[in-house]
Design a protein around this ligand. Structure first.
Ligand code: HEM
Length: 205
């Protein structure tokens, strides 16, 4: 690819490695933020089950933690990851002609949409307008895990993306982890309902 004149600079030999280092750091920070943000949404949503004075205090605290996490960690992590990715492509524009990169960019677009959707959910939670249950939010939190696995596989295997048993094992593992989280949350909820019933003198179900 021929770059427009101002971008056709000669990069120092280590520029690519610096961009890649910071790209990986940005990706790690971005994902740490995305994973913890939706976990906070779950706690925020479940605080609605508390009695009024406690409920307000918890909702305010989770709201504050969410805004700080999103604005100080998650979005800057995303900006660094994307800016450094642009740097990588400027140094090695040949990547843009390869199929694995097209697939990667597709998944990254999905990830950016997820990031935007988290902000939307955060706004709804702050206004008390979020209708997602804790269970649905837990399921939503599995989406970036899947995208992470796919994107990392693409950058590692590139055009030799594996479709054999090992890939299916990995997919099954992600699905198993997601299902275990759902089952554990359900078991905990049923157990606390049973305990509450016993404490109020009712017969256990
Ligand atoms: C904004 C879109 C993105 C672009 C254009 C992009 C581009 C690139 C490029 C060109 C490389 C260097 C490949 C190599 O030297 O072999 C790279 C490396 C890497 N990218 Fe991205 N990337 C993007 C987003 C992401 C995301 C969202 C993740 C994580 C989910 C990610 C994870 C990685 C990892 C782990 C490496 C290191 C791979 C290695 O050195 O083997 N990238 N990326």
């Amino acid at each position: 690819m021929t770059l427009p004149l101002p971008l056709a600079v000669t990069w120092p030999p280590e520029a690519y490695l610096w961009f890649k280092t910071l790209h990986i750091v940005g990706v790690v920070v971005w994902f740490a933020g995305l994973f913890y943000l939706v976990r906070l949404f779950i706690y925020h949503r479940e605080a609605a089950e508390l009695d009024p004075p406690l409920r307000q205090a918890f909702e305010d605290q989770y709201g504050l933690m969410e805004r700080r996490l999103a604005n100080i960690i998650t979005t800057p992590g995303m900006a660094v990851a994307v800016a450094m990715a642009v740097g990588l492509l400027l140094v090695e524009p040949i990547w843009l002609k390869q199929a694995w990169m097209h697939a990667k960019l597709g998944f990254v677009a999905g990830l950016l949409a997820y990031h935007w959707f988290c902000y939307r959910l955060m706004g709804q939670l702050q206004r008390g307008e979020c209708h997602w249950s804790g269970r649905q939010l837990r399921a939503l939190n599995e989406l970036p895990t899947l995208l992470l696995v796919l994107v990392v596989m693409l950058v590692v295997f590139k055009n030799r993306f594996p479709t054999g048993a090992a890939t299916w094992f990995l997919v099954a593992l992600v699905v198993f982890m997601a299902a275990s989280i759902q089952f554990y949350a359900r078991w905990r909820r049923l157990r606390s309902e049973r305990l509450a019933q016993q404490e109020s003198g009712g017969a256990p179900a």
